[in-house]
Design a protein around this ligand. Structure first.
Ligand code: ADP
Length: 471
């Protein structure tokens, strides 16, 4: 199959969160299954041309945009069997992937530019990811040249829908006719993709069920229920070649499930690097993620003082809302040697935290899939999570699944419930039941590669093509 991806962030070129991990590794997994995959990503200004060998120029097109035309350039490279096409325009590329008042317009132009490039060689499937690429779905659905191309849309996070002024529709040549859930003069790119795609998916089975309810549906649960028969839940994998404690170039010592000695060295190195007291017996809790409400930051900051009192150490890496950053700063200042805080985005430090921690904390309010817990398991770091979305699908509580579990989880979004899960984890860490190394080995041996999920995507594409032919 010829499959085309479009996404705002693609690792390793540009990354803000999990979307980049998926858009940067699922294409390779599909290519390994023999498919012909092309990935479109905006040419963000931070992308390092020299490092990735991206040519200085590529084919150019003049793309209709409002009353005028925009000049777009498409330099491209091939990585592990998939073609990566960078969409370059001064109107799209900036220093940050998101966060500008005209994001809706930037990404609308991105979608229009991808459409223009596809018209010459239509793929079998156009697969758009999240709201930034969402308008590509209705654009592809109505383009004559793409009559034979099926469309798939994946929701990585329903909380970000890209709602904006309806003017954006005119800019890319879409009709203004409103969807029932859109306000007057409003366009909701994510809703339009959900309504128009041949198939819709999200990144775990549990989240696919949750989003059909008002609690998790972010106002789109009604529309999603209408599309229920075409809605797939496919759990994310991770790039197990990249996330591999046996050869990760960012960590100081390597280890495997069978020989875990290197993990203790990684822990000592992390304690030293982040200014914690170097103590092999102190359990280290890692936190990596966007500091936003979704990630349960208020639960984390509520239990942190208690956790430190219990003898735990905390390593936090994140960036996000200033109020949460301030709260963490205040906590870390009071707990020198016990809590370490890095505010910023640092992919290499993230690897050292995954490797050097004993536990990984992820008490999310909601979680479409979550990758932090999967990367942690791969590094033998035991996740403690709230049982929602993909976290519920991938983390199985050790007390509920004796001899089979891989972490600890709790249900109610409450500090007491979270603390209870941590308490149970500490108890097990310090007690002499199942040896800790055996639990770690089991976590590390779990298969969270793309192998199974990539095959499910192929099934989904076949269903999309069938639906398109029927239409
Ligand atoms: P989300 O996509 O909602 O942000 P996920 O758990 O799906 O959350 O994916 C987050 C990804 O981004 C993981 O690979 C995580 O390690 C990485 N990440 C998040 N914040 C940072 C940071 N500050 N520095 C480095 N990596 C980060």
């Amino acid at each position: 199959m010829r499959i085309t991806f479009a996404a705002a962030e693609v690792a390793p070129y540009a990354k803000v969160g999990g979307l980049a991990d998926v858009a940067g590794s699922l294409p390779q997994a599909l290519a390994a299954l023999g498919h012909d995959v092309r990935v479109y990503v905006p040419y963000h200004r931070t992308i390092d041309e020299a490092k990735f060998g991206i040519p200085a120029s590529g084919r150019t097109r003049s793309v209709p945009y409002g009353a005028a035309h925009a000049r777009i350039e498409y330099p491209e490279i091939t990585r592990d069997g998939a073609r990566v096409v960078f969409v370059r325009s001064f109107r799209i590329g900036r220093d940050k992937v998101y966060g500008y008042p005209d994001d809706a317009k930037r990404y609308a132009l991105f979608c229009r530019a991808v459409l223009a490039d596809l018209a010459d060689g239509p793929p079998d499937v156009v697969h758009a990811h999240d709201w930034h690429a969402a308008l590509l779905v209705p654009l592809a659905a109505k383009a004559r040249e793409l009559r034979g191309s099926a469309t798939a849309f994946t929701i990585h996070n329903l909380a970000y829908q890209g709602r904006t002024s309806a003017d954006v529709l005119r800019l890319v040549g879409l009709a203004r006719s409103r969807l029932a859930i859109e306000g007057r003069d409003e366009a909701n790119p994510m809703a339009r993709a959900i309504a128009a795609a041949d198939v819709v998916s999200t990144v775990s089975e549990r989240y696919a069920e949750e989003i059909l309810t008002p609690e998790f549906g972010e106002g789109l649960d009604g529309l999603l229920r209408e599309r229920r028969d075409d809605l797939w839940g496919i759990t994310n994998g991770i790039d197990t070649n990249f996330f591999d404690p046996a050869r990760d170039p960012h960590i100081g010592a390597h280890y495997t499930a069978d020989d875990q000695k290197g993990k203790a060295a990684c822990k000592a190195a992390l304690q030293k690097e982040t200014g914690l007291s170097v103590d092999p017996a102190a359990p280290v809790f890692g936190v990596i993620g966007r500091l936003v409400e979704q990630k349960g930051v208020d639960l984390l900051t509520a239990v942190a003082p208690w956790l430190l009192e219990k003898g735990g150490q905390l390593v936090v890496l994140g960036t996000g809302e200033p109020a949460y950053e301030a709260k963490w700063r205040e906590l870390a200042a009071k707990a020198k040697g016990k809590a370490a805080l890095t505010l910023g985005f640092d992919a290499a430090l993230a690897q050292r935290i995954y490797a050097g921690s004993d536990f990984f904390l992820m008490p999310s309010r909601f979680e479409p899939c979550g990758l932090g817990q999967l990367i942690s398991l791969r590094y033998g770091t035991i996740p403690i999570v709230r049982a929602v979305g993909g976290l519920a699908d991938t983390v199985h509580d050790l007390d509920a699944h004796a001899g089979k579990g891989n972490g600890f989880s709790f249900g109610k979004y409450e500090a007491a419930a979270f603390a209870d899960a941590i308490q149970r984890a500490l108890h097990r860490y310090r007690a002499d039941g199942e040896p800790w190394s055996a639990l770690r080995a089991r976590a590390m041996r779990e298969d969270h590669s793309w192998t199974a999920s990539a095959k499910r995507y192929v099934e989904m594409y076949a269903a999309a093509s069938k639906a398109r032919r029927a239409a």
